[in-house]
Design a protein around this ligand. Structure first.
Ligand code: FAD
Ligand code: FES
Length: 255
């Protein structure tokens, strides 16, 4: 784990809603780990690595002031990064189906590159998911795309797509990253069929290194003990699918 000043090597529009910044950084990182990113004009934010080679990348959805500040960067600009943080995915299972929902496709991209896996890419529309199709074609034996509005792939949500895939293919484990509502209903289904899984969770993060307690989900520090947790661990978390702490540490219910 280290802190570094890196130079933006490229910045591209990945899809309708997100951008990818590439930079050289020779730190060792595992698929599923994240970094804390800062530059003048923004607060420091956590972003997963969408590439873990020596040329690393972050892929982020532009949704507020900090991601807007990052999106305005140009080639040659500097970023201060810390990390990599978190545990990353355990890729020891033989037959893995990865499931990425929305911007959750970005953190699972390194898994596709370092392990023979099949993938489900789910999004609300084609603008959000089209970039994943070439990834699936390049790295997966099988991949499936689904959209909420039917504008690309199957017209269904991620959980319905996983049900269809599991009706015809066998896997030992499901690895997923995406909105908590998707993970909540996916876990419910996987519990029903007794399927092993690991999900990457998101909570508000300040230190990113297990010190401040901002990211607690029950008794777990999501930044240090996670962000990847097994289905067994998540089944015991009362906060999962219920609510999360905001920047001030106040618990905010989803309902
Ligand atoms: C471990 C982890 C990995 C992440 N990886 C990615 C990724 O690869 N790509 C991506 O697009 N997004 C990722 N995120 C989410 C990303 O950190 C937020 O989208 C970003 O911080 C939004 O900041 P903003 O100022 O643009 O938006 P705001 O309007 O400030 O916030 C929008 C949303 O982002 C959340 N957010 C804001 N600041 C933080 C923070 N410090 N920690 C956690 N959540 C925050 C808010 O709670 C809110 O729900 C990740 C979050 C975590 C915890
Ligand atoms: S963000 Fe500080 S303990 Fe997790």
């Amino acid at each position: 784990m280290s802190e570094a000043i890196v130079t933006v090597k490229s910045i591209e529009q990945t899809n309708k809603y997100s951008k990818t910044i590439r930079f050289d950084w020779d730190a060792e990182a595992k698929p599923g780990q994240f970094i804390m990113v800062w530059c003048p004009g923004m607060d420091e934010i956590p972003l997963s690595l969408s590439s873990v080679d020596d040329e690393k990348s972050i892929t982020f959805k532009v949704i507020g002031p900090d991601t807007e500040a990052l999106a305005s960067k140009s080639v040659g600009d500097k970023l201060r990064i810390r990390g990599p943080y978190g545990n990353g995915y355990d890729l020891s299972s033989k037959r893995i189906l990865v499931v990425g929902g929305g911007i959750g496709i970005a953190p699972i991209t390194p898994v596709l590159k370092c392990k023979d896996v099949d993938a489900v890419f789910a999004a609300r529309d084609a603008g959000e998911v089209a970039y994943a199709d070439p990834l699936g074609k390049e790295y997966c034996k099988n991949h499936w795309i689904c959209t909420d509005d039917g504008s690309m792939g199957e017209h269904c949500n991620a959980v319905e797509m996983v049900k269809k895939v599991l009706a015809e293919h066998e896997y030992d484990e499901i690895i997923a990253c995406g909105p908590e509502v998707m993970l909540f209903f996916l876990l419910k289904y996987l519990n029903e069929i007794g399927m092993k899984c690991q999900f990457s969770l998101e909570r508000y993060m300040k230190c990113g290194a297990g010190v401040c307690g901002a990211c607690m989900c029950d008794e777990h520090r999501v930044c240090k003990d996670g962000p990847v947790f097994t289905g067994e661990q998540i089944n015991k978390m009362k906060d999962f699918g219920t609510g999360r702490r905001d920047a001030c540490g106040t618990f905010v219910s989803y309902r």
